[in-house]
Design a protein around this ligand. Sequence first.
Ligand code: ASP
Length: 329
Amino acid sequence: MNFRKLVIASAVLLGACAATPDPGPTMTEWRLVIHGGAGVITREGMSPEKEAAYTAALETALEAGAAVLRNGGSALDAVEAAVIPMEDDPLFNSGHGAVFTAAGTHELDASIMDGRARNAGAVAGVTRVRNPIKAARAVMDKSEHVMFAGTGADAFAEAQGLDMVDNSYFDTDRRRQSLERVLEERARTAADRHGTVGAVAIDQDGNLAAATTTGGMTAKAAGRIGDSPLIGAATYAENGVCAVSATGHGEYFIRVGVAKTICDRVKLAGDGVEAAAESALAEVAELGGDGGVIVLDGDGGYAFVFNSEGMYRGVVDASGARTAIYGGE
Ligand code: ASP
């Protein structure tokens, strides 16, 4: 999808006798793009019930963000609104349903970025805040800092009045079974981590924003931080350039600096978002990693790019919502 600008011409101004008619206020067409993780996601490995459940969850997230954008709300509010229902949904590896650490606990990472002034907020290794994305947003809005980690991050979230839970709130049987399998086989597959969620949006004023939130990787060591809370690795947004949210094997995404690399390719090399994303993911693959990204450009053009078998994903704009799961869709 390419350039999308809706020029609302004012009949009054067109009728006036100005030498150059003022086209009136310019409104960008809003759009929201989401992902629910990339990995070994194949038709063969999916039951019709599971496929329907993922599709419904993606549609719920799309509608939560679309409700903000449709009413003239900000891209920043929309990305936060879109990821909250996914954090609350045990299908995804973020919030309730997050993967377990090797110690049998949960340590969650999240980040959010506003493309207007490139403000950003992030939390890493939180264990008690119910919605880590809200904590990331609070770091951005209510502190002079960009990132908080561990107990300080939980304490900050609590002081901001966010909902706090016991760490066991994040438990699910499915993720416990993954932990047991990984510990027993001493091998982690891409299926043991997928489910990270993220969103990118452009609002009616042309502002961009991005958000990413995750439980990380099954059986990760205590204190391990992935790419998801790192601005420039999994999350980036700059108005007029691009917005990115990434999911995949975090260590590789950190080393490539995927989100910032994509935005730099768009800004400095003049690449389109798809080509920029493909080239950053090629670097990830060269190092041995896999995963995917969702990207929006400054005009609302978007791309889903992944080098794994599938990626839970969706897009919504004024023309409606679409979701997909497998490669080649
Ligand atoms: N990027 C996340 C991490 O490494 C996991 C994922 O997106 O699948 O923590």
